[in-house]
Design a protein around this ligand. Structure first.
Ligand code: ADP
Ligand code: MG
Length: 223
């Protein structure tokens, strides 16, 4: 239960802060009597709406976990990737991190799963990449998201150029409460929860390797 709440808090921090920043900006502009264009207002509101929708989906997912009643739905992988990128994009842009992706080249791929589970895993991994890119003050930081279709599985990979995961901690990163971050920054639950979702719930695999650039996480899901 505590683990669950820690995870909800972790998942919520980022979208909540984006909503708050966006709302404050609108308010500030009004106070300064600067005019907000209709388009700006529309875009800001659309962003707030998509994030609140995500927050609401997260609750549903965790409620599902608690009840052990996991309602499966047919979801299109590319649509979930779109949603995830929408959620993380403002934070990445704020940190000048370039997001590269190739997944729109493929025809829509649909899979049965509990709505929101895969999103959380992807957000965890992207957040970790963002953290390391900021912490190491990487020049020209980037995160690359790829989707590969094989005969009976899909592979989603997420690579960053943050210099990789040190050898001496590589075996520990999926353990609960393992974190190299300050207490206020990390719970050490993100990858543990991700492992449980991918392996236990989605019957897939999650693993990582270091490339010449940084860490690369792989998620394999059976079709
Ligand atoms: N992309 C990455 N590059 C380098 N180290 C990473 C990366 N992703 C995860 N790690 C390491 O794995 C640890 C565990 O990650 P996680 O379970 O998400 O917990 P937290 O982010 O709360 O520390 C991190 O503290 C970090 O040391
Ligand atoms: Mg994390």
């Amino acid at each position: 239960m505590g683990e669950m709440i820690g995870n909800i808090a972790h998942q919520w921090r980022q979208p909540l802060s984006s909503i708050s920043i966006t709302a404050s900006n609108i308010k500030l502009k009004q106070n300064l009597n600067e005019s907000i264009t209709k388009e700006e207002l529309y875009n800001d509101m659309a962003m707030i709406l998509s994030k609140t929708q995500y927050l609401s989906d997260t609750i549903d997912t965790f409620r599902g976990f608690l009840k052990e009643e996991k309602e499966q739905k047919n979801i299109v992988i590319q649509e979930r990737l779109d949603l995830v990128l929408k959620i993380v994009s403002s934070t990445l842009t704020n940190s000048h991190i370039e997001l590269k992706s190739n997944y729109n080249e493929l025809d829509p791929i649909s899979l049965n799963m509990v709505v929101g589970e895969l999103d959380q895993v992807l957000i965890n991994i992207i957040n970790n990449a963002k953290d390391v890119l900021i912490e190491k003050k990487i020049q020209k930081p980037w995160i690359k998201l790829k989707l590969i279709l094989e005969k009976n599985k899909i592979i989603i990979s997420i690579e960053d150029n943050g210099q990789g995961i040190p050898e001496n901690i590589k075996d520990k990163i999926f353990e609960p409460y393992f974190s190299t971050k300050h207490q206020s920054q990390g719970t050490g639950l993100g990858l543990h929860m991700s492992y449980k979702i991918i392996v236990e719930s989605l019957k897939g695999k999650i693993y990582t390797e270091n490339t010449q650039n940084g860490a690369k996480f792989y998620i394999e899901l059976p079709l």
